[in-house]
Design a protein. Structure first.
Length: 501
């Protein structure tokens, strides 16, 4: 076992700060989008590209970023990612038109794909004691889960009291402080790099396959599922990803060793987390629009309306997940966590124009947050279950990939369902409508609740996958505690344990 780094808790501060910045950025732009769209003259059809350009670059390049971290050194990759992210954010804040804005968002995605897997594998190699690890990842998990909602509050403040450009500029101090701190405090343990040559065919196939998949879902939302380009993208993605898997099975030093995916606990985590994120991303979008357009909340008030979810996530992650992770098998935290989140989501299917915030929206968010926080914590710790140190970066990247792709799919899929339901409601009720404005609001709410029903089902499937696939014992104490995977568990104690978000 590697000797304990005395500066590990200081390092956690800077790694968590970088993670907060990346997670904030995912939601902060949502709130600023209407103002930025107006200022830069971006059409409604192209508006979603501000979100999608980032998601495509980030999701498409994560596996490559994870492998670069393993090859090039995690500290160096982390600092490079931070500096690049700050520069791309400055470019976005200074954007004078649509092309400059979309270019800046894509660049943010590229550097985010370097930063995220490096942050994780770094954090993991510094915390080798089971109890300390649970505590460190509890803090990290709370930031990973709750940071998105904090982004909504911060986005509201910046948009309302300064202007939308500050939702980009705010990343710069975060990145500079985290990069300086990392440079001086983080010490990467020796002997954990993977210096095998880079698998170029794997990089090309995985990047193109993931980009085609995310773009297919994004296009389906605006052009429909039967659109020729949409169908072509899905077919291309299936072919490219199948070719990627075939290549990885054959090459000597693969980008994504199939051993990382084939272990049932890891596979279960990637799948259940990806699905849960589909449900969560869709919800953020619908609740933001519901509160601002239907309820008439200001951006700041909308941000604060998400506070119960943050409180729930922090409590679930640090007080339930982290405390029980070393005593209870992960599936007994993950499956009930996803089910509790599904019950919270189920409450939100009752949304109407006049729904009380305190009576329905607040308790639903609390349940959602508690459930997700409790499930995320052990899932993140299991993400590199029994993995070898040389695969740490790429295993961390797989979790990020499942969440990024899940987010892109969630936004597109649930938005499509909501839009179809809204159109159907308008068509059915147009004749008898007394107030066009009221009809439009009712149709929007009908669309949101239809999509939220799907989110409930997706979370229930996440719970089922967690209960079925994840069969390892609890994550603390002696090596023999690894239940049915005792060999892996014993290995995990000797190797540098790694964890991912």
């Amino acid at each position: 076992m590697s000797e304990t780094d005395p500066r590990r808790w200081k390092a956690l501060v800077f790694i968590a700060l970088a993670q907060l910045m990346v997670v904030l950025d995912a939601t902060i732009v949502n709130i600023a989008l209407p103002s930025a769209q107006q200022d830069l003259g971006i059409s409604d059809g192209n508006r979603q590209w501000v979100i999608t350009a980032y998601a495509l670059a980030f999701g498409g390049l994560l596996l490559f970023g994870g492998r670069i971290a393993d090859l090039w050194g995690r500290k160096r990759t982390f600092v490079t990612g931070l500096i690049g992210f700050a520069a791309a954010s400055a470019l976005g804040g200074a954007a004078t038109g649509e092309a400059m804005m979309l270019g800046a968002r894509a660049l943010q995605g590229v550097f985010g794909a370097l930063l995220a897997p490096a942050a994780l594998s770094l954090l993991a190699v510094m915390f080798t004691d089971a109890k300390e690890r649970a505590k460190a990842f509890g803090i990290y998990g709370a930031i990973a889960g709750g940071g998105g909602a904090v982004g909504l509050i911060l986005g509201g403040f910046l948009t309302e009291y300064l202007n939308w450009r500050w939702t980009f500029f705010v990343n710069i101090p975060f990145a500079v402080i985290a990069a300086l701190g990392a440079y001086f405090v983080i010490r990467e343990p020796a002997g954990t790099r993977n210096r095998s040559p880079l698998d170029i065919p794997g990089v090309v196939l995985s990047t193109l396959g993931l980009v085609a998949l995310v773009y297919g879902f994004t296009r389906a939302e605006s052009e429909g599922w039967s659109d020729a380009v949409t169908v072509t993208m899905f077919v291309a993605s299936a072919v490219l990803l199948a070719a990627f898997v075939f290549t990885e099975a054959k090459v000597k030093s693969p980008l994504l060793p199939l051993r990382v995916l084939m272990e049932r606990n890891r596979g279960g985590v990637y799948l259940s987390l990806g699905l849960a994120v589909i449900a969560m991303f869709g919800l953020f979008l619908f609740l933001t629009y519901y509160l601002q357009i239907v309820k008439g909340y200001t951006p700041v008030k909308t941000g604060f309306a998400f506070l119960p979810m943050i409180v729930g996530m922090i409590t679930g992650s640090t007080q339930i997940g982290a405390r029980l992770m070393t005593r209870v098998p992960p599936r007994l935290l993950m499956a009930p966590g996803f089910l509790l989140a599904a019950v919270g989501m189920l409450l939100l299917t009752q949304l109407e124009i006049g729904t009380s915030y305190a009576g329905l929206i607040m308790p639903a968010q609390l349940m959602l947050g508690l459930g997700m926080g409790t499930a995320f914590m052990p899932a993140m710790s299991l993400a590199t279950h029994g993995v070898e140190p040389r695969d740490a970066g790429v295993a961390s990247a797989m979790v990020n990939t499942s969440q990024q792709v899940g987010g892109a799919i969630g936004t597109a899929l649930l938005n499509t369902i909501a839009a179809s339901a809204t159109t159907a409601y308008l068509t059915d009720h147009a004749a008898g409508a007394t107030s066009p404005k009221l009809l439009q609001a009712q149709a929007m709410v009908e669309g949101y609740t239809s999509a939220i029903w799907w989110a409930v089902g997706i979370l229930a499937v996440s719970a089922l996958i967690a209960a079925t696939f994840v069969n390892t014992g609890h994550q603390g104490g002696s090596p023999s505690s690894a239940g049915s995977d005792s060999a892996d568990g014993a290995e995990d104690e000797v190797k540098i344990p790694v964890m991912a978000h």
